[in-house]
Ligand binder design. Structure first.
Ligand code: SF4
Length: 81
């Protein structure tokens, strides 16, 4: 098994999952700025949509950044070690 080190020297998870609480989304769009390959917005109301429900582990940092930037806590990340 290959172990991957992240910038802060932690072992990267094998995979992670994203759960969206779309009912809380206000369409601010910070998530799309952080990870445009993973998050999009509904054309009608701007609510976040998941473009990739199985992102590779190397996108974890971008997704975690999106979760931090989201003003209403829509994005939940679950790591699978
Ligand atoms: S940053 Fe949060 S509130 Fe803004 S579009 Fe993304 S999920 Fe919705």
């Amino acid at each position: 098994m290959t172990t991957t080190k992240t910038d802060d020297n932690q072992v990267a998870p094998k995979s992670f999952r994203i759960i969206l609480h779309q009912e809380k989304c206000i369409g601010a769009g910070h998530c799309v700025t952080c990870a445009p390959d993973i998050f999009g917005q509904n054309e009608d109301d701007g609510v976040v949509i998941l473009l990739n429900d199985n992102p590779p582990p190397d996108r974890l940092a971008a997704v975690e950044s999106a979760a931090r930037m989201c003003p209403t806590g829509v994005i939940q990340v679950t790591k699978e070690e």
